[in-house]
Design a protein around this ligand. Structure first.
Ligand code: NAD
Length: 497
């Protein structure tokens, strides 16, 4: 079922075989077609995954549908669905080091991040959503009927699982994203088909092994690897899939939304961002400068909420921007398996080209590279942490998501300009405000058009806090109490007493 990869200086890594998980069994697919998997730090080919076809997706959707309709699943006690998620959490905890190594090999991120962020998030999310399984509740409603029939009318609502859920995920937090889709779906009684990114599918395949070990009923969790335009599209088009839970780029999210119209699917779309880090003149710079660097550079900038625009009040602009550049110059790049490394490579050559092109355009349009601005090694998809000064809001690099370790700094004059510039992108995912004046922070927070505003911190995502974006950053919310609406629908039952 699996192959081993020998790695100098570390334990051998178990690589999952190129298979699909359908109806509780591993099977072939893709009519024999495969997608090559590369180590982004070395550019070596390390594995392959199945390029699933529409007919593979058809089989998986049918399995998920059968499982959803089955008496066993419909009758399973909500607490027992929660127990399944808890069992999976325990298995991920048991294998967390191995899983984290596999994530680092596939995605490039430092092992400590894979272990302490990605795997820990997956474990926490399974427990968080497992707890939700027994908390589905409706309402009892007094009605005001029209007419004089003298009847007393009441209604109650119950929350019903939406049905088969397609979870389509990106490559930046592969395992975490897979769990983020699967765990609430299962908690609320849906069944699920996961389609991981073709750039990083390996940990989702290992997740499939653990799903089987945990004893999930067959067909409740299916995993289909493949290309977005083929396997992903087939999932979106399928009438038996009642909801798509998507995280990825805005361009793909728009395609999914348009295609969902045909079958009136429910969708949640967690898309791109161009989040500002706003440093006000009264900020504590001992906190704000490392905070601004930490808003952009972790995960090599491949975080949807990354603070990729640095808006700084003019009196402290030079000090803040130079401070962030100083931190960037000191960051150590290299293999994610080297414990002293802080930044790994970008995920793919395509991503490296995209980041290089956007930085190049920014410089052509007048931005000044204060540090970085180039590929960092001949081998591997490494890009230098980059600070561009002299930014203007019309530049392409100020408007388009870079999704790399690149921040564009812009001086701002006053409160009016801060609000205008902060909101002046098509995105609305996150923003952070750095100040010691908490009144000012709250007043500014109220004027920012985005899903999350952080004050004196950035990129804090918590399962208890709703998460999502406005404008082109997406539709709907995940996490927190909002998640119940994302995977269930109310059914009203009306009665005359
Ligand atoms: P992507 O849109 O290229 O791919 C995401 C997933 O969609 C992949 O699994 C891909 O195979 C699939 N896909 C592609 N075309 C499809 C189609 N036509 N139909 C169905 N599925 C299709 O995104 P990516 O490059 O993998 O990820 C990076 C993007 O994700 C960035 O824009 C980033 O901001 C965004 N992101 C957003 C969040 C958030 O929560 N808002 C979190 C992480 C990443």
């Amino acid at each position: 079922m699996t192959a081993m990869i020998e790695r100098a200086g570390g334990p051998a890594l178990r690589i999952p075989a190129a298979r699909l998980l359908i109806d509780g069994d591993w099977c072939d697919g893709g009519d024999g077609r495969r997608i090559a998997v590369y180590d982004p730090a070395t550019e070596e080919r390390i594995a392959e995954v199945v390029a699933a076809t529409a007919s593979d997706v058809e089989r998986a959707v049918q399995a998920a549908h059968r499982a959803f309709e089955s008496a066993a699943w419909q009758k399973m006690r909500p607490l027992d669905r929660g127990r399944l998620l808890e069992r999976l959490a325990l298995l991920i905890e048991r294998d967390a080091d191995d899983l984290a190594r596999l994530e680092t090999l596939d995605n490039g991120k430092p092992f400590a991040v894979s272990r302490n962020v990605d795997m820990q998030f997956a474990i926490d999310a399974l427990r968080y959503y497992g707890g939700w399984s027994s908390k589905m509740a409706g309402e009892y409603i007094q009605l005001s009927p029209l007419g004089e029939d003298g009847g007393t009318y009441r209604a109650y609502t119950e929350r019903r699982p939406v049905g088969v859920v397609g979870g389509i995920t990106p490559w930046n937090f592969p395992m975490g994203q897979a769990i983020q889709k699967m765990a609430p779906a299962i908690a609320f009684g849906c069944t699920v088909l996961l389609k991981p990114s073709e750039e990083a599918s390996l940990t989702t395949l290992r997740l499939g092994e653990l799903v089987l070990e945990a004893g999930f009923p067959e067909g409740t969790v299916n995993i289909v690897t493949g290309h977005g335009h083929e396997a992903g599209q087939a999932l979106v088009d399928h009438p038996l899939v009642r909801k798509i839970a998507f995280t990825g780029s805005t361009a793909t999210g728009q395609k999914i939304l348009a295609a969902s119209v045909k079958t009136m699917k429910r969708v949640t779309l967690e898309l791109g961002g161009k989040s500002p880090t706003i440093v006000l003149a009264d900020a504590d710079l001992n906190v704000a400068i490392p905070g601004a660097a930490n808003a952009i550079f972790p995960n090599s900038g491949q975080i949807c909420t990354a603070g990729s625009r640095l808006l700084v009040e003019a009196p402290i602009y030079d000090e803040v921007v130079e401070g962030v550049a100083e931190i960037a110059r000191g960051l150590k790049l290299g293999s994610g398996f080297d414990p002293s490394v802080q930044l790994g490579p970008l995920v793919s050559s395509g991503q490296l080209d995209r980041v290089s092109a956007l930085v190049g355009q920014g410089i052509e349009e007048g931005a000044e590279p204060l540090c970085g601005g180039a590929r960092a090694a001949d081998k591997g998809y490494f890009y230098q942490p980059t600070v561009l000064g002299g930014g203007r809001t019309g530049m392409r690099v100020a408007q388009q998501e870079v999704f790399g370790p690149v921040v564009l700094a812009m001086p701002v004059l006053d409160a009016k300009e801060i609000r205008m510039l902060a909101n002046d992108t098509a995105y609305g995912l996150g923003a952070s405000i750095w100040t010691q004046d908490i009144n000012k922070a709250h007043l500014l927070a109220a004027q920012l058009d985005c899903g999350t505003v952080w004050i004196n911190t950035h990129n804090v995502l918590d399962l208890a806090m709703p998460f999502g974006g406005t404008k082109l950053s997406g539709l709907g919310r995940e996490f927190g109490t909002e998640v119940i609406h994302a995977y269930t629908e109310p059914r009203a039952v009306c009665m005359r007493l």
